[in-house]
Design a protein around this ligand. Structure first.
Ligand SMILES: Nc1ncnc2c1ncn2[C@@H]1O[C@H](COP(=O)(O)OP(=O)(O)O)[C@@H](O)[C@H]1O
Ligand SMILES: [Mg+2]
Length: 235
């Protein structure tokens, strides 16, 4: 089943910048996709279209069964509930501690406190932040803030995780761990879409890689794994 469907999608910002030009692609349920490309290529714009933070200017775009060219404003929160979003700048709430930053995502959809306590504990353990519940974002490192934002994205068990440069501000060893965690989450059936500039990591993990350059899809390698390369080499 297609979770994400784009046909001839373009995005022109009000100032005239054409950030995406005639993009067509599908992403199936359960896929693990890296989006790579130089700065200014249109990667973040692509993610913003998926979460309907921006509306496409032309083309067809469907996500999780919603037609994003026609979706009403009031339905957008329902679309977003299917998604766990890790923003480039984390978007943590400065006055809330780690626990509340994560719990907040469950409170807004009306989850009972008991269920919240259990699940928040679970995800904080998963990202390795147990023991830091009472710290404010300003009292933890950049890498830890990143993991709070990942925990918050995971807490409602979304159908898909969308992350914009989730390893952008942390050291290589930590970013490898975060990628491994995302692979594990993907193995439970969650679709994972990650924008990253870390080419070493992308090669290491050998998944689908979509390269965007100057607003266009430059390549879409579906099987860049060592196994497939070996098969190709035999011919
Ligand atoms: N809100 C905006 N208004 C106008 N231009 C924008 C806006 N956001 C991004 N852009 C431009 O669109 C292009 C793609 O940006 P972006 O999607 O952020 O690229 P990337 O994430 O690959 O670095 C760039 O030229 C950028 O300057
Ligand atoms: Mg970006």
């Amino acid at each position: 089943m297609k979770m994400i469907y784009l046909e001839n999608v373009s995005k022109v910002y009000p100032n005239g910048t054409e950030a995406l030009k005639n993009i067509s692609l599908n992403i199936d349920n359960g896929e693990f996709v890296f989006i790579v490309g130089p700065s200014g290529a249109g990667k973040s714009t692509f993610l913003k279209l998926l979460i309907r933070e921006e509306k496409a200017s032309f083309g067809k775009i469907k996500v999780s069964g919603y037609d994003l060219m026609k979706i009403r404003r009031g339905k957008i929160p329902y679309l977003r509930r299917k998604m766990g979003i890790v923003f480039q700048d984390f978007r943590l709430i400065a006055k809330m501690n780690v626990y509340d930053n994560v719990a907040f995502a469950m409170r807004v959809i009306g989850t009972p406190e008991r269920a919240i306590r259990k699940r928040v504990k679970e995800v904080l353990e998963l990202v390795g932040l147990d023991g830091k519940e009472n710290r404010k974002p300003s009292e933890i490192s950049g890498g830890e803030q990143q993991r709070v934002s990942l925990a918050r994205a995971l807490v409602n068990k979304p159908d898909m995780i969308i992350a914009d440069e989730p390893t952008g501000n942390i050291d290589p060893e930590l970013s490898f761990d975060i990628m491994k965690l995302l692979v594990e989450i993907n193995q439970t059936g969650t679709t994972v879409i990650i924008v990253t500039h870390e080419h070493d990591l992308v090669k290491e993990f050998g998944r689908r890689i979509i390269t965007i350059e100057d607003g266009e899809i430059k390549s879409d390698e579906k099987y860049p794994t060592k196994y497939h390369r070996t098969e190709a080499d035999k011919k």
